[in-house]
Design a protein around this ligand. Sequence first.
Ligand SMILES: Nc1ncnc2c1ncn2[C@@H]1O[C@H](COP(=O)(O)OP(=O)(O)OP(=O)(O)O)[C@@H](O)[C@H]1O
Ligand SMILES: [Mg+2]
Length: 460
Amino acid sequence: MQTEARPGIGSKYYRFLEDLGSPAFLLEPDTEQVVGANRQGLALLNRDFEQVSRMTWADFFSGGDDGRPALELAEAEETRVFYCDIAKRTDKSVPAKVEVSNATLGSRQLFLVRITDITERRQAEEALRESESLFSCLATHCLDGLCIHEDGKVLLANQAYCDIFGFSPTEMIGISSYAFIAPESRDDVYKKVSSAYDKAYEALCIKRDGTTFVAEIHGTKAQYRGREVRISVLRDITGQKKARDSARLHTLQMNRAQEEERKRIARDLHDGTIQSLASLILDLELAIRKEASSPELSHSLQHACDDARHIIQEVRSYCHELRPDVLDKLDLTAAVEALCSDLNRKGIRTFFDVSGTTRELQPDAELMIFRIVQEATRNIWRHSHAAQATVSVFFASKTVRLIVEDNGVGFPTPRTSGDQPLEGKLGLVGMKERAKSVGGTLIVRSASGKGTRIIFEADL
Ligand SMILES: Nc1ncnc2c1ncn2[C@@H]1O[C@H](COP(=O)(O)OP(=O)(O)OP(=O)(O)O)[C@@H](O)[C@H]1O
Ligand SMILES: [Mg+2]
């Protein structure tokens, strides 16, 4: 209410200034003296009206006369706008937007000065500048290709992106983003971009010289300078892919060699050891018949004969473990069912479930699934103390999913399987390697007291 009490500051000025709703002052054109101020104006300068009314135009600015915009400019018709630092009563100053215009109040011609504190805007601009320079520094030094696309065209690309494709940064601008994608991958990439797919995917890309390479692309929608854009990070993974493929092939070959070796041992045991034991039994039976006169001796011979039969049984079961005939004679589901029956016989209620449209798989793939179930059911028997287990196989049109689960004691799954081979535990690691060798995934879910679930899935 101070303004109303001041001589020269009529109540109409006060009402007029207050109604503006933001810091405002009235200045006398001749003396450049403040003759009116509203409460927001006083608060902005951190002064009371007494102090403000002693101020002239020059006192508003913290930079002295040099920083003082010429007030005369406002004598023109339109509003003048300045950006400068306004002095507060304390030594502080605030960055401000100053608008000066003419105001006719009653019979008096005055200058109306409106001031907006733009500290927050400055800070935001500063933060934006900093983040942009950080971004451009990261983009420059980033080894992956970075590109900003707008409306399907390149808006900005970093050096790595340009180097990958063989264009200079300026040549890049405006090129259609799909020009870098080889025709065979275009539909897929287009679908991913249109559905705002935000995970990494692989695509065949094409360079300026027409050569193609496999890239891993990760794109996301973003706002850039207030515009909706898509940012993509691109990496040439040709080398990585080759290494991955050759590691896969290596495992596949190792598995094949291992299977061949198992087959050979099983055959040797069958054709050699079992036949020798069989002829030993025959000899023993002959001896029993000849030595009927000595009950003690024939009892011992009978005992040896039973032992030999028992050994044959054991060797046969080793042969079966090494190379189950069921795999050669029957299909995969029958072989897996046989493993489930084994577990059932050992006292663990085991269910077997096949769904989808069953089909014959490549021999390698069938053997691999069989070996995974074999190891998983063996682990259930050895470690789980489960009462119940389930093996399910689901055939989809392209993929096969296998789940082996039990309701046993479970175990804390290690984050990495690196130490297990050192501890002589090869089962889980082997399963994962087998799954990888056909481009599939194998996940082990388990926790103490919560049972174990093994999920394998692959395009087969
Ligand atoms: N179904 C399960 N229930 C409870 N614990 C399990 C189960 N499967 C695996 N484990 C735990 O995980 C460990 C690693 O299993 P893995 O099959 O790799 O090795 P292993 O069975 O001990 O030895 P290997 O299979 O080489 O003969 C096991 O020692 C056991 O502690
Ligand atoms: Mg095991």
